[in-house]
Ligand binder design. Structure first.
Ligand code: HEM
Length: 456
């Protein structure tokens, strides 16, 4: 079996609180992880002192579980995030609260059952095969490519095919994708300033061009939806499942509500997967031992045959690479909640309006829960070691009732993409690049990573 040398991938240098704040002010790249002082990776909780609102960071897995599974509805999602995404996804499953959310979750979850995932797998392989053709052309001509853009295209294509049975090549899907890029570039920048300066529940004025991008996306999603709503339409995809869903009073979603929900799949379903796959392929482009081990495994499980869903289950190492990348670069860097009323967590008094920062980025690198926390070691997630992971210290998909509805979908998608591309291509970094993670809408490299591919 291929031996793997220890390796520590990039992270922001940990500074003291003031220096961290100064660095964030100087770089002005909206990077929340750059703001975190070095102590935060060693304490069970603490306050972030330079904000007008009370911000409490909670690192203790037991406390985190209490908040994320609280049945009394006093910890809604963070108002800044809800305000930022509202023009795109309204009051849909990702942001809604209490009974509204419970009703939506019950209607949406069946679209992600095993049966639907088997059908989705065909769409995933279709998107991947088209992607490989493009990569082969780039490889043949020696053209370098942006890893970030490539992964965004691939995962957006997967979402278009699985949700709407259309490909990203269609003009309408291209329009959604472009407008989405504008939206995502702007939202995170608003946040740092507001987090520090604004009192809770302040209205968030969005820039005009962001609102235009949201309107454009919703219009395109509406057109894609209308093709499904035509009499006699016979689609077998996620959109069709959501259209067919009924609540307890046998009522379906309205057209506007459908656009909200389908917008979530675009927002939550492609950007997150693109983020983690960008980091996975950064690792694969720089760590030949890991690539060799993935190839060894793919050959042992599937030989030369095309990868099937039944193979994906057995690709333990490829999946462990995905999980370890999710640990070090969780796409959803922070899972913040707000205390809707004054309360107590343990002995700590919590003011009404306080922001409760649950940070996968921090908990996944916390010295109390992980051995050599900053080191990339995919073996942590191999079956014989995974059982030792401390309960609640790993939460890339969240925890409790609001855990990501697409977690299995994303795991199958990423394992397939890692295995298939590592099997068929060698990747290398264009020389002279500095890779620096930043927290935007998801955890991303500050500058795009440029790779070259070579067909094996
Ligand atoms: C690697 C990929 C992904 C990651 C890391 C991820 C992460 C997360 C996290 C952390 C949450 C919980 C947020 C919170 O509690 O505040 C969440 C919720 C959600 N995700 Fe994902 N996600 C991924 C892929 C997907 C995909 C592929 C879909 C759908 C196609 C999806 C749909 C959703 C939805 C609808 C919710 C809201 C669930 C609810 O509140 O009931 N996600 N995701």
């Amino acid at each position: 079996m291929q031996k793997i040398a220890p390796f520590t991938p990039p992270r922001p240098k940990s500074l003291g609180p003031l220096s961290a704040l100064l660095r964030a002010a100087i770089t002005r790249d909206g990077n929340l992880i750059g703001l975190l002082p070095k102590e935060v990776y060693r304490v069970s909780s603490g306050t972030i002192g330079y904000s007008r609102r009370s911000i409490i960071i909670l690192n203790d897995p037991k406390v985190v579980r209490t908040i994320l599974t609280d049945p009394t509805d006093i910890y809604p999602k963070n108002d800044l995030m809800v305000g930022a995404v509202a023009p795109l996804i309204g009051d849909s499953i990702f942001v809604s609260h209490a009974d509204t959310w419970r009703k939506q979750r019950a209607m949406v979850a069946p679209a992600f059952t095993h049966m639907r995932l088997s059908a989705a797998f065909q769409s995933m392989t279709g998107a991947l095969s088209d992607f490989e053709k493009q990569l082969e052309r780039d490889a043949g001509s020696g053209t370098p490519f942006s890893l970030d853009m490539a992964m965004s295209h691939l995962t957006a294509d997967v979402i278009c095919r699985t949700v709407f049975s259309t490909t990203l090549k269609s003009q309408i899907a291209k329009d959604v994708f472009e407008a989405f890029s504008i939206f995502e570039r702007s939202v995170a920048h608003v946040e740092i300033r507001r987090l520090i300066m604004d009192p809770p529940w302040n209205d968030i004025p969005q820039h005009e061009h962001v609102l235009e991008a949201c309107a454009k996306i919703r219009d395109c999603l509406g057109q894609l939806l209308d093709s499904h709503l035509q009499p006699g339409a016979n689609y077998k995809d996620i959109a069709a499942d959501i259209i067919g869903a009924r609540d307890d009073d046998d009522k379906p979603f309205t057209r506007e509500e459908l656009i909200d929900q389908l917008g979530v799949f675009f927002l939550a379903g492609h950007e997150t997967s693109a983020s983690v796959l960008t980091w996975c392929f950064y690792v694969l482009a720089t760590q030949p031992d890991i690539v060799a081990r993935v190839r060894e495994e793919v050959e042992a499980i599937a030989g030369d045959a095309p990868l099937k869903l039944s193979h994906i289950r057995d690709l333990h190492f490829a999946r462990a690479v995905f999980k370890e990348t999710l640990r070090l670069y969780p796409p959803i860097t922070f899972i913040p909640r707000v205390a809707a009323e004054a309360t107590k967590i343990g002995k700590r008094k919590i003011k009404k309006g306080a922001m409760l920062m649950i940070a996968p980025w921090v908990i996944h690198r916390h010295h109390d829960y992980w051995d050599k926390p900053d080191e990339f070691d995919a073996e942590r997630f191999m079956p014989e070691r995974e059982k030792d992971i401390i309960d609640g210290s790993y939460m890339p998909f969240g925890l409790g009732p609001r855990v990501c509805v697409g977690a299995n979908f994303a795991t199958i998608e990423a394992t397939l993409i890692i295995a298939q591309l590592a099997r068929n291509f060698d990747f290398s970094m264009q020389p002279g690049q500095t890779v620096r993670p930043v927290a935007r809408l998801t955890t991303r490299p500050a500058e795009q990573i440029i790779l070259r591919a070579k067909r094996r």
